[in-house]
Design a protein around this ligand. Structure first.
Ligand code: PMP
Length: 361
């Protein structure tokens, strides 16, 4: 019959095959510590909220499709041209633009694994072929193996630096030798979602871009800027690459609220740097305490810590945390990721994990 599912218009095969993206669980009560999505623990700055309220009065208008003012601010801060900056709906949106702009069906995209969950999904949706390359035993990118995985079908390499979910980072020198080993027609995307929490400065990757025009830097306002709910991210690339990314994006995906908030947030550098400094000192404190408890936790250059745990231990840790109203994120086969928060919440995490370490498995 006409209502039988068998006659419904079928989605493309790759769409049917791709598993849905599973986001970290959201807090159901105010007491819940939501540490599963690497969000900023802090609410938006008052100066940012004021700009959002002002922009809200113009919601009957479309936003500036070119996000020109935001791009001018970013370009000035980073020492690049406005044409080199592309703004999109979160770095997720920008990453999709890079894949859509560069990959035909059957093209290959190399990335480390484990890394950001979305990479294989974006690649598969484009009909391209994901080529995951295992992290090294220290949970870092194996750049030698990644360079060796590049074939003539490779169009894009995604480098998550620092890496989600392991928190590990690559140095500029390591990236420089990697770029020397990758053919110049392959786009090397540096996903720097957690850059502000790392020891790298804001223009180190830009210097790489000046020397290697096949680099595309992707950043976000969702993490250190604390604007995950507004959805704004950006790419910096050579002008022709940036042009292609813009063509591959949908119009009006970045709201006026998001554009104004991002501009206000760029002006609030000192306040944000204080927040980031607190996260970094808490990170050092937690890592020391967790290692004393016996956890295998690599150095982190992000706003989260990574605990390497087998499946049974991971499930037991998640259960103990959940019993204390703490949401963390488990990754089958690999471990557990916990977003850093304020000192009191971090203490709750330590108390739960102290119980984990003292109870028999
Ligand atoms: N890249 C990485 C490495 C991430 O961890 C995330 C968020 N989890 C993103 C990109 C996407 O963030 P957004 O779309 O909010 O900018």
């Amino acid at each position: 019959t006409a209502t039988s599912p068998s006659v419904l218009p079928p989605a493309r095969g790759v769409v049917r095959a791709v598993p849905p993206y599973v986001a970290g669980r959201r807090a159901s009560t105010a007491a819940t510590a939501a540490l599963a999505s690497n969000e900023s623990h802090y609410p938006p700055l008052p100066s940012v909220l004021e700009e959002v309220a002002r922009a809200a009065a113009e919601l009957h208008r479309y936003p500036d499709n070119g996000a020109l003012e935001l791009r001018e601010h970013l370009a000035a801060a980073l020492g690049v041209s406005t044409g080199q900056v592309v703004v999109g709906a979160g770095s997720t949106g920008v990453l999709q633009q890079t894949i859509t702009a560069h990959c035909d069906a059957g093209d290959e995209v190399v990335f480390a694994w484990r890394s950001f969950e979305l990479y294989p999904l974006l690649v598969q949706l484009a009909g391209a072929v994901p080529v995951p390359v295992p992290l090294d035993p220290l949970d870092r990118h194996d750049l030698t193996a990644m360079a060796a995985a590049v074939t003539e079908r490779t169009r894009v390499v995604l480098v998550c630096n620092p890496n989600n979910p392991t928190g590990t980072a690559l140095s500029c020198a390591e990236l420089e030798s990697f770029l020397a080993a990758v053919p110049p027609h392959v786009l090397v995307v540096l996903d720097e979602a957690y850059l502000e929490y790392s020891s790298a400065g804001p223009t180190e990757a830009i210097e790489l871009l000046h020397r290697h025009p096949n680099v595309c830097i992707v950043r976000t306002f969702s993490k250190a800027h604390g604007l995950a709910g507004l959805r704004v991210g950006y790419a910096v690339a050579a002008e022709p690459v940036a042009d292609a990314l813009r063509r591959a994006g949908m119009p009006f995906t970045v709201s006026a609220l998001a554009q104004r908030a991002a501009i206000a947030s760029l002006a609030a550098g000192d306040e944000l740097r204080e927040r980031v400094a607190l996260v970094r000192s808490e990170r050092a404190r937690l890592l020391t305490a967790l290692r004393e408890l016996g956890f295998a936790a690599p150095d982190s250059e992000t706003n989260f810590v990574w605990l390497r745990l087998g499946d049974a231990d991971r499930e037991r840790a998640l259960e103990l945390l959940a019993a204390d109203d703490i949401l963390a994120r488990g990754f089958a086969g690999d471990g557990l990721r916990i977003t850093l928060a304020d000192p009191a919440t971090n203490d709750r995490v330590l108390a739960s994990l102290t119980r984990f370490a003292s109870e028999p498995a």
